[in-house]
Design a protein around this ligand. Structure first.
Ligand code: SF4
Ligand code: SF4
Length: 386
């Protein structure tokens, strides 16, 4: 009886003005209905306990659950109903397709969501424009890409204020666009108020990437059904490398504006040390993720999303490689050329952050926080396990 009442509430909510489900939403909902009867995978990740709190799967539910999925592959390899079974319960690719749709749906400005559908082209164009802009500027401002050694003084090639305006505006736009998308997603999920314990748990599961352990601690499924923790480790190299590089930029900004110490900074200074360690992480992580991506089980990844995944990984790698090359040869006669290449790639990366793979970090953290909140609330269907 309670089950029927809950189903009735879900149906009424769907009828109350919601748009009809897209093909990706309907497919995830269909598969989750089967999973909800089976529940074999309950211990694998947060998706299955969250699923048991629902009897039907409206748009907001499937959007939330798709972004809660870390695409570890465990449920696909464990499932007796996966293709070629007629039930075709292939959750990782179905969730991936829906995640891609949500990135476009929540994009800000909304019309720019189309950038996700042709992401390989968008990334290539952004890189081409960024590189052309800085190579041209270097040639126009200095007459040549080569020069006498400048002792690492970047501002002798590109004026400080020019870089502040270009990168400050691009970064601010990226933050606003990502925040607007995240806010819309959060409001749609209707997570309710977050207590301290839920925030702590959501933060911990995001920072440790707990759900890339496959539920048994041995990691994601590989192409050959073996397990690997390297996907989680390479994500950590990438994420913490990115954070350290960002910290290096923040410290350098403080040095410049608060302490009055303009660049270049010595090798033993905090900006250079943080940037070097972060840069190495941002080399190792993306290189490893690219290698794993080439070897992944074909049922884990969607061919249509490969340009987005690999393009973002390539931009991260080039950002780090060009930054480290600049550090090594900053006293040489090609510093202007190396600086133009590095800044061109960084500008392309920043400009495309809200319209590429980086968006998954925003929506996944929001989904993890929602899960940490709702698991502390009474189970609305009074069944299932946490
Ligand atoms: S993925 Fe398959 S085995 Fe796992 S809960 Fe769903 S139907 Fe059951
Ligand atoms: S692929 Fe992994 S994270 Fe996604 S639903 Fe399956 S078990 Fe959970």
């Amino acid at each position: 009886m309670r089950r029927l009442e809950a189903l009735g509430r879900e149906a009424a909510a769907l009828a109350a003005g919601a748009l009809p489900p897209t093909a990706a939403e309907a497919e995830v909902a269909r598969q989750l209905q089967i999973c909800n009867a089976c529940r074999y995978c309950e211990g694998f990740c947060a998706v299955f306990p969250a699923m048991t709190r629902r009897l039907a799967f409206a748009k907001a539910d499937v959007h939330y659950l798709a972004n809660l999925c870390h695409n570890c592959g465990a449920c696909l390899h464990a499932c007796q109903y996966a293709s070629p079974h007629e039930f075709a319960v292939d959750l990782p690719p179905a969730m991936a397709a829906l995640r891609g749709q949500t990135y476009a749906d929540y994009a800000w400005p909304p019309s720019w969501g189309a950038a996700y559908r042709r992401n390989g082209l968008v990334l290539a164009l952004a890189a081409a424009v960024g590189l052309a802009l800085f190579l041209l500027l270097a040639a126009l401002l200095n007459g040549s890409l080569f020069h006498a050694p400048l002792a690492g003084n970047f501002y002798a090639v590109f004026p400080h204020n020019l870089m502040v305006v270009l990168f400050g505006a691009t970064f601010a736009f990226a933050v606003v666009a990502l925040a607007a998308g995240g806010r819309r997603f959060w409001r749609e999920m209707d997570a309710g108020p977050a207590g301290g314990a839920a925030i702590a748990e959501g933060t911990r599961t995001a920072l440790t990437l707990k759900y890339l352990d496959g539920g048994h601690g041995e990691g994601c499924n590989e192409r050959d059904d073996a397990f690997t923790l390297w996907r989680r480790r390479f994500h950590h190299f990438t994420f913490y490398g990115f954070l350290l590089c960002f910290a290096a930029t923040c410290v350098a900004t403080l040095y410049h504006y608060v302490l009055g110490w303009p660049a270049p900074y010595p090798l033993a200074s905090w900006p250079v040390l943080l940037g070097t360690v972060g840069g190495l992480g941002l080399l190792i992580g993306p290189a490893g993720l690219f290698w794993l991506h080439l070897r992944r089980h074909p049922a884990h990844v969607l061919a249509a999303q490969k340009p987005m995944d690999r393009g973002f990984i390539a931009l991260l790698f080039l950002t780090s490689a060009s930054g480290l090359a600049l550090l090594v040869w900053r006293d040489g006669t090609a510093m202007g050329l190396l600086l133009a290449l590095h800044l061109g790639v960084v500008l392309a990366l920043l400009a495309t952050l809200p319209y590429g793979k980086f968006a998954h970090a925003v929506y996944r953290v929001a989904a993890l926080l929602k899960y940490a909140i709702e698991k502390r609330q009474p189970n609305p269907v009074q069944q299932g396990a946490e």
